[in-house]
Design a protein around this ligand. Structure first.
Ligand SMILES: Cc1cc2nc3c(=O)[nH]c(=O)nc-3n(C[C@H](O)[C@H](O)[C@H](O)COP(=O)(O)O)c2cc1C
Length: 205
């Protein structure tokens, strides 16, 4: 029986030491990303893209861009989570697909699509980037828990030069890098961490 979500959450750690000889099939990574993107998103517009690094040569360069953090090369894969600044381009395909699936009737679809076209293309870029970052974060978290459920280790990494990343890997203007996630087999136990007492973080009003 698979572990409960509570156990997975409790046992997940950011792993930095990986078995460099361990590989994970492309198809399995795709399956995990498919599951991860069941995450909720703003108007279901799914403002994420994933660049999956498997190639050793590309990863040598990525390691330099990520301030020489070794897990970039020793993990089985590194997933770059990119945000889509122009996620409003998904409005029509997403709502067409919902109506084809019979999940929304034509009248409701017209209202939803109309509202989305009014709201998002004209929103300031900063606010579109914030939405994309938040939504992609939800998918990224799900990915790490899904990987954990399958016995894999992960580590989120914000420590990389985002400008150099976009240049080196030809990221188009539409997308921006948010976080890298290393994925692989743990080679050494990750160190444990603590959290600030929840009572110091929560107010009931
Ligand atoms: C957005 C983000 C960026 C992070 N960047 C790095 C990083 O560049 N390198 C690293 O070793 N860990 C990085 N971490 C991992 C954190 O240090 C880690 O999540 C934190 O210490 C709590 O430990 P835990 O994840 O094992 O519970 C990052 C985590 C997040 C969420």
């Amino acid at each position: 029986m698979s572990e409960t979500i509570s156990t997975l959450i409790k046992e997940r750690r950011s792993v930095r030491k990986y078995d460099p000889d361990f590989t994970i099939e492309k198809n399995e990574i795709l399956e995990m990303l498919e599951q991860a993107t069941l995450a909720p998103s703003t108007s279901n517009l799914q403002p994420w893209e994933f660049l999956v690094f498997l190639d050793a040569e590309e990863r040598k360069d990525l390691r330099k861009i990520a301030y020489n953090q070794e897990q970039i090369e020793t993990a089985s894969a590194v997933i770059a989570v990119l945000g889509d600044k122009e996620f409003y381009k998904n409005i029509d395909p997403v709502y067409d697909s919902m109506s084809e699936a019979g999940f929304v009737d034509e009248a409701s679809k017209a209202v939803l699509v109309g509202n989305a076209h009014k709201a998002y293309p004209h929103a300031p870029e900063e606010s579109r980037k914030n939405m994309a970052t938040f939504d992609s974060g939800l998918a990224a978290m799900q990915f790490m828990l899904i990987a954990k459920e399958r016995g894999y280790a992960t580590g989120p990494m914000g420590g990389f030069d985002k400008v150099k990343f976009a240049q080196r890997f030809n990221i188009s203007e539409r997308y921006f890098p948010i976080v890298l996630i290393t994925l692989g087999k743990e080679n050494a136990p990750a160190y444990s961490t603590t959290r600030i007492a929840i009572e110091d973080k929560v107010k009931f009003i």
